[in-house]
Design a protein around this ligand. Structure first.
Ligand code: 0PR
Length: 384
């Protein structure tokens, strides 16, 4: 119940400090299975300063809207698009929903179907439920990437689009987007790339010399990409990104809100009132870190992933699910459930819901944390 008379600020903050000590924090080095991380210091400063800016009413906050446009343009250029259309949204879930919504609205079929890999994130289940689009699941190959032949076999007159993933949620696998793009062009259907995680990894990893196929707007069939600054972009939550190749996709999902301050305002996103500060933080991060800054962050994460994968391979009682492609390493074990439970009681922030434990080398994950984790893992395995 709301107290009749307010409690002092000191008392409220003290209680919060005590209660929230239950939360794991990124600086503890214990969170190994998350795709989020502590926001970069410049992003914290930006949010503190501009947390009152509302991009839902861009006529009031004209500067914020311009900054968001520039951030989207920079993300578009990172993804080899000359003129980008899109928004900073609440996350990969909203970005994926918007892409499916645009594909559905642009299509003219009675029973819309979307073809997507079995490895797709559950946000597409939400999109399907909200938008009445039937999901058609394409099989995976042994290497856990989507089987492009199976995708082709599943294309029908009801297909409104295809999804490829650049950095799967469980394993960080990058689908064969060039082949999916060829299919999309041949059959005249749009391809959406879910690079919610990989979008802030692949461009930099490629520049570092890692051999990863193209995944972005360089490929003609790619019509939209999800790229989340609040994952490897080090932006504060919430900050997702949706980029469309063509304006017509954005127009197909835009709802007019003409009574707002800007007059000709329209909302293509799901949310109404939305944080300007987070979009501004994305702009600040891109400008402050620059390509080289992100390259350094990604370089360390990629190196650590390869080191960790080797350690897993040399340990008995666990097995690597596949060689890492990005900065995610997943391993299995015969007694996975027990291993997970004991590691969790030791305070590790991990989970094993897909039949393996996923370790994501986010910027807060350092070698010393992984060494401590490996010691605990070895102990657990030897006592089972
Ligand atoms: N697409 C992909 C490929 C994803 O991996 C995710 C989220 C999304 C879309 C949806 O993004 P939002 O969560 O921003 O809407 N992947 C993570 C996952 O489900 C999200 C996450 C992040 C989970 C931090 C746990 C955590 O601690 O594993």
């Amino acid at each position: 119940m709301i107290p009749e008379n307010g409690r002092s600020e000191e008392e409220v903050l003290e209680e919060l400090e005590k209660r929230l000590s239950l939360d794991l924090t990124f600086d503890s080095g214990k969170i190994l299975g998350s795709m989020c991380t502590y926001p970069h210091p410049i992003a914290r400063k930006v949010v503190m300063k501009y947390m009152d800016r509302n991009l839902g009413d861009p006529g009031l906050h004209v500067g914020s809207r311009e900054i968001e446009r520039e951030a989207i343009q920079m993300l578009g250029e990172l993804l080899h698009l000359k003129k980008a259309h899109g928004n900073i949204v609440s996350g990969g879930t909203e970005a994926n929903i918007l892409a499916v919504r645009a594909f559905r609205n642009r299509s003219d079929v009675e029973n819309p179907e979307l073809i997507l890999p079995e490895s797709a994130h559950f946000s597409f289940l939400k999109a399907s439920d909200l938008l009445n689009v039937r999901l058609v699941w394409a099989k995976l190959k042994k290497d856990h990437s989507v089987d492009v032949r199976d995708v082709e076999n599943k294309i029908t007159d009801s297909t409104i689009g295809i999804v490829g993933i650049a950095g799967t949620t469980g394993l960080g696998v990058v689908d064969d987007i060039p082949s999916l793009s060829d299919l999309a062009v041949d059959y005249g259907v749009p391809l959406h790339v879910d690079a919610a995680f990989g979008g802030f990894v692949i461009p930099f990893a490629k520049a570092l010399g890692y051999d990863i196929p193209d995944f972005d707007f360089k490929l003609k069939g790619v019509q939209s990409i999800t790229i989340d600054p609040h994952k490897m972009g080090m932006a504060p939550i919430p900050a997702g990104g949706i980029i469309f190749r063509k304006k017509k996709f954005v127009e197909s999902i835009s709802i007019p809100a003409p009574y707002l301050a800007g007059g000709k305002v329209s909302h293509p996103m799901i949310t109404g009132t939305r944080p300007g500060a987070n979009a501004i933080a994305v702009w600040a991060l891109l400008n402050h870190l620059g390509f080289e800054g992100y390259k350094t962050i990604v370089g360390e994460a990629m190196k650590l992933s390869r080191w960790f994968a080797e350690r897993i391979k040399s340990m008995s009682g666990v097995h690597l699910i596949r060689e890492p492609v990005l900065n995610i390493v997943s391993f299995g074990s015969e007694k996975l459930g027990e291993v997970e439970t004991i590691l969790k009681t030791k305070g590790w922030g991990i989970s094993a819901h897909r039949g393996y434990i996923r370790i994501v080398m986010m910027p807060h994950v350092k070698q010393e944390h992984l060494e401590a984790f490996l010691r605990d893992l070895r102990d657990v395995l030897s006592n089972l």
